[in-house]
Design a protein around this ligand. Sequence first.
Ligand code: 2AM
Ligand code: CA
Length: 271
Amino acid sequence: MSQHVRRSPHMNVMVEAAEKAGRGLLRDFGEVENLQVSRKGPGDFVSNADLKAEKTVMAVLQKARPKFSFLMEESGETIGEDTANRWIVDPLDGTTNFLHGIPHWAVSIALEKDGEIIAGVIYDPIKDEMFTAEKGVGALMNNRRLRVSGRENLADALLAVGSEKDPAFAPEIVSLQGNCSGIRRNGSACLDLCYVAAGRFDAYWERGLNAWDVAAGALIAKEAGAHVSEIGGGKSFIHGRNSIIAANPRIYPPLAKHIASAAPQKARSAS
Ligand code: 2AM
Ligand code: CA
């Protein structure tokens, strides 16, 4: 079901930047496979691809909105004349996948206005899936409206989890074993959030991420009807390396209970 939804001028600029950077990354991704066999591996090549993508995004956004500020994964903060409007950019989310030739990574761009995320774009060039959302207007994938899943029971839910390096990871997995339909670890936080928005995953959670990992995805998930919060319910899930949980509203309560009871005390206070 394709629907005509009017995009704001900001959104057009964000989509253009994500597409242009995505096309460059796609070309570079083709080279990564060849580099796997070299002793040094594709590490430096991928770092360079990441930097190039960030420059591409910045150039497109800056040309269209010369005064806006930036917060970007590679180059950090750039204070513009306009400090109320800020682009939050992850040029390549899922870097480890990219490095290993796994086709699951994306470009993520959010627009923050007066401290609030008002628009988000996430582009997966491999699958040609463009996820977008504007605050209060809803979320789309390639112009199709997105809606979270309607699953009601945790037992039927497909869950996406974050880093296995987190001390809470193992106890949470153990607690959920046999109590859900399956658990995935796909390696791109922004796409995990988009997949919750699209009803592919019923829930996702992770700790210790940065604003550029989640800013666009959290809005896309929210606008598709997901309940999004910090683990424990707080609202500060964008800035300050906090935790994030996004779930369909029916799966959120039983999942939050599992996570709270599974996390060891130390891991909970450290998160
Ligand atoms: P990245 O690919 O841009 O680094 C994987 O669990 C997710 O966590 C990815 O979205 C990844 O983003 C993010 N992440 C943030 N910090 C990370 C780190 N130090 N190591 C690996 N992944 C990290
Ligand atoms: Ca990232």
